[in-house]
Ligand binder design. Structure first.
Ligand code: DGL
Length: 270
């Protein structure tokens, strides 16, 4: 019984933590492709190749269901993987849809035509690759009409977080929020469209001000996974042990992960 959680690096740990809290008995195998992070500056083919390799490793580790806890991989590779790569007895799910359903006040699987929703001005903060894919706007357009989305590609933030340089990460977040505010002065909602960004959530909220509702994915994805497993209990694979795998240096990655989650995390080589 194990579910796989994949991210280019440490960001998916924010999702892992929320899933663990929601489903404490579910074994989770985490894989961070730290050797190749950040993905946000790579092209779609490159992200596809790296993501399929990593997901295959999670299948080998006994996971039949893998969550791409990485918006960049979900935006640039998921659809292609689902159409032509995922074996019939496995599932790979992304992180976009739960977030957009929350923003558009929809229940899981509500496929009714797009309609007007309460929020009209949404700021999207994401990696350059996610922004240029326009996957968020595409998924939103299936569900809502009349929502103006202004996207800000937050170059450099993931690198700074992966390096553990939180002072630089904070300065970059503030300058990206500034740039966004010049394009959209009064968003009602802001989406943190990268799983690394919840580690900087307080800075985003502080820079955006108290009137902006900041949506981050971890709890929404955990809730949606719990719901999915009730409907598809067989998708919990045969793996029984929780573990943390990395393509990077396990010692270095463990120390950063322990710093971020404020509990001991020990990675092993993928
Ligand atoms: N944390 C990932 C995301 O949600 C990827 C960041 C990156 O590797 O650039 O987009």
């Amino acid at each position: 019984m194990a579910v796989g959680i994949f991210d280019s690096g440490l960001g998916g740990l924010t999702v892992l933590d929320a899933v663990h809290e929601r489903l404490p008995d579910l074994p989770l195998v985490y894989l961070g492709d730290n050797a190749h992070a950040p993905y946000g500056v790579r092209d779609a083919d490159d992200v596809y190749d790296l993501t399929t390799k990593a997901v295959d490793r999670l299948f080998q580790a006994g996971c039949d269901l893998v969550i791409l806890a990485c918006n960049t991989a979900s935006a640039a590779a998921l659809r292609r993987m689902q159409e032509s790569w995922v074996p019939a007895d496995k599932r790979v799910l992304g992180v976009f849809v739960p977030l957009i359903e929350a923003l558009t006040e929809r229940q899981w699987g509500d496929n009714s035509p797009p309609r007007e929703v309460a929020v009209k001005h949404v700021a999207l903060f994401a990696t350059p690759a996610t922004v240029s894919s326009r996957a968020f706007q595409r998924e939103l357009a299936f569900r809502a009409i009349g929502v103006d989305v202004e996207a800000q590609a937050c170059g450099g933030v993931v690198d700074a977080i992966e390096e553990g340089d939180m002072i630089l990460a904070e300065a970059l977040v503030r300058s990206h929020v500034d740039a966004l505010s010049r394009k959209m002065p009064e968003p009602e909602a802001a989406i943190l469209g990268c799983t690394h960004y919840p580690l900087m959530q307080d800075t985003f909220q502080d820079a955006l001000g108290p009137n902006v509702a900041v949506y981050s994915q971890a709890n929404l994805v955990a809730e949606s996974l719990a719901d999915y497993l009730i409907r598809h209990p067989k998708m919990v694979g045969p793996g029984e042990v929780s573990k943390f795998l990395t393509t990077g240096d396990p010692k270095r990655v463990s120390s950063r992960a322990t710093q971020f989650l404020r509990r001991q995390i020990t990675f092993e080589a993928a």
